[in-house]
Each structure stands twice: as C-alpha cells, then as structure tokens.
Design a binder for this molecule. Structure first.
Ligand SMILES: NC(=O)c1ccc[n+]([C@@H]2O[C@H](COP(=O)([O-])OP(=O)(O)OC[C@H]3O[C@@H](n4cnc5c(N)ncnc54)[C@H](OP(=O)(O)O)[C@@H]3O)[C@@H](O)[C@H]2O)c1
Length: 324
C-alpha cells in the first residue's frame, strides 16, 4: 500500500488532500514547520499522523511516498532529504529551479531505486490524454499553430511566494510551465524561441509572451500574474482545430473542422478536482516498482526546465540560489 506523507500544510496540499480522500487513497502523515498547524490539517483531512517538522515525517518508516507541496526553491533540498531517507517522491511543479538541479535529483533517485515524479497534474488528465491520441490519429491534420494563455490578476504582495525570488517566484516557473508543457505535448521541443517580459520590482518576471518556433509551426504562449488572460488554448491543424476553454485543468475539448463545425467533443469530468489522476499514476507506478512514470518521464521534466532555463537566460534572470 502507498502511504503518503506530505511536506507543507498549504494551499496545494489542501487540493491534494481533497483529491486523495475523494478516491480513498491513504493520507498517512502531514508535516508542517508548525506542529499545531499540522495537527489541525491532520484533523481536517483525516491524516493518521501529524509532525512538526519535515525531518520528523521522514523518520517515520511507514511513509513510503512523500508529496512535496512547498514553494519551488525548497524542492531540491527537500527531495535530497527524502532520497537520503529512502522515500519515493511526488514533487510539485516546478520540480526544481533549473534543469541542473533536476538532473541531479533524478540521478540520485535512480541510484537508490526510488520512484520520483514531477506532480504536473495536467499531463494525466483523461481529456488531455484523449486529445493527444486523436492528434496522433490525425484528427486535425498537421498542426501549424498553438495558442495557449495562462494569466490572472494577482495582488502584488512581495511577501507572497509568487513575487518572492527567494521562494522561486515568478510567472514562468509558476504558470508559464503550463503553456510551455502544452506546446511540448503537441509540437515537441521547439527549434528556437522569442519572448517579451515584464519584471516586478522584487525582481521576478510577472508577464511574458513567448513564441516557440518549429520548422512548420509556431506556438504563441501568453503568461501573466498581472492580467486575467484566462486559461484557453487552441491547436490549429490543416484539417481543423481543437479548442480548450481551460486547458490546464481540462475537462472538455472541442474539435472543429475547417468550416467551424463541431466534429467531436471530448469530455471527462474530474472525479474530485483533477489531481486524482496524478495520484492514480503515482500509486500505480510505485505498486509496479517503476522508477519513473511513462506519462511524466524524467527526461520530459528535465527538458521543460531546460527550456525555462534558456528563456530566463535570454532575460538575464537568475534566482538568488543560482548566483555566485
Ligand atoms: N498543481 C497545481 O495546480 C498547483 C497549484 C498551486 C500551486 N502549485 C505548486 O505547489 C507548490 C506550493 O504552492 P502553494 O501555493 O501551495 O504554496 P504556499 O501555500 O505558499 O506554501 C505551501 C507550504 O510551503 C511551506 N512554506 C511556505 N512558505 C515558506 C517559507 N518561506 N519557508 C519555508 N516553507 C514555506 C508552508 O508549509 P508549512 O508552514 O506547513 O511548513 C506552506 O504551507 C508550488 O510548487 C506551486 O507551484 C501547484
């Protein structure tokens, strides 16, 4: 049985706990830096154990998979701690701050024969998986353009992790990863890119327009913490197009022909909130003793981070942890 231990009793840990409870997976232990907070969280979400430090949770031999639900800048060190203690890992996106850190983590985990997966929930959604299959079967012909937006208007509080460079803040790692992954899922790795970016006074990127160029296609990706751009995406092909009103948590996608006539609606409602599918995948892989998921491979995780490294390099933007 997979017994989950969770690092960080915050926002996404709440979503994860609701999903796990909804599908009756075993929420075993929660760890927070604050024991009282952990105890309350354990009570609210029916965890058996509450710990007042992440280290204490790792000492529990019953925990066999740690879900890391803390800000980006902590993932690398926390995953190293987990590997040291022989725990499998499901780590929130962005997996690490950069691709070098990710390569190191996957190598360490492989040496210790531990399962590690980036918790990129969109990749496991049945609607996304079905659209990928239909595109492979040529439902819209050759793709020549993708448009994907992810933007919301956020309060500019430098204390929030989104705006804090020390916590791995910034729109690219937090939400840009969604349209970037979407472009990779349907067009693969781009040959080159172009981008425009705006920065917050705290130093992190808050809005960017990224264009990915392929031999016979392009992907136009808009990302913002400042503007409500929504989360729509469209994939245009020579025979028609596919529209997602909300691609990052896709429950529905509609296929049109070139005369704008609906030819297929793909719809898979979430069982709980959509995070259940990455939990199913984690449990399945650990039970099968796999070291990586065939859906969210180590290589794919490293590749997306490499692309974000290149984009940040073009902006001359490094995280404090990457300096000196
Ligand atoms: N899949 C998705 O849809 C989705 C959505 C939102 C976020 N995320 C990802 O989930 C991760 C966490 O995001 P979140 O919004 O849940 O973050 P959050 O609520 O700001 O923080 C999560 C937890 O991390 C710990 N933490 C926060 N700030 C810290 C600090 N300064 N120093 C040390 N620990 C700190 C806290 O745990 P304790 O106080 O309990 O120790 C906090 O409860 C990120 O990687 C984010 O990208 C994913």
């Amino acid at each position: 049985m997979v017994k989950f231990g969770v690092f960080g009793a915050g926002r996404i840990a709440t979503t994860f706990s609701n999903a796990a409870n909804g599908i009756h997976e075993n929420l075993y232990a929660i760890a927070s830096r604050d024991l009282e907070k952990a105890e309350k969280f354990a009570k609210d979400f029916k965890y058996e154990k509450a710990y007042g430090s992440y280290e204490a949770l790792l000492e529990d031999p019953e925990v066999n998979c740690v879900y890391i639900a803390t800000p980006h800048s902590f993932h690398y060190e926390q995953m190293k701690m987990c590997i040291e203690m022989g725990k499998n890992i499901l780590c929130e996106k962005s997996f690490t701050l950069n691709s070098e850190q990710a390569k190191e983590i996957y190598k360490l985990a492989e040496q210790k024969k531990l399962f590690v997966m980036e918790a990129f929930w969109t990749r496991f959604l049945p609607t996304i998986l079905e659209v990928q299959k239909l595109v492979e079967e040529d439902i819209i012909g050759d793709i020549f353009q993708i448009e994907a937006n992810f933007g919301f208007s956020s309060e500019k509080k430098p204390s929030d992790r989104l705006f804090n460079p020390l916590l791995g803040g910034g729109a690219l790692l937090d939400i840009g990863i969604y349209p970037i992954t979407f472009a990779n899922l349907f067009l693969g790795v781009p040959d080159s890119f172009d981008s425009n970016v705006f920065f917050h006074q705290s130093g992190v990127d808050t809005s960017e327009k990224i264009t990915y160029f392929y031999p016979e296609a392009q992907a136009v990706l808009n990302v913002s913490f400042m503007e409500d751009l929504g989360t729509e995406a469209t994939i245009y092909g020579t025979k028609g197009y596919i529209y997602f009103p909300n691609f990052h948590s896709a429950e529905v996608a509609t296929v049109f022909n070139n005369s704008h006539k609906v030819i297929k609606v793909i719809e898979h409602k979430h069982i709980v909130n959509g995070m259940e599918y990455e939990i199913f995948e984690t449990v399945k892989c650990i039970k099968k003793k796999l070291l990586e998921s065939p859906i969210m491979t180590h290589e794919a995780s490293i590749e997306i981070l490499r692309q974000m490294d290149e984009i940040r390099k073009s902006w001359n933007f490094k995280y404090p942890q990457e300096l000196g």
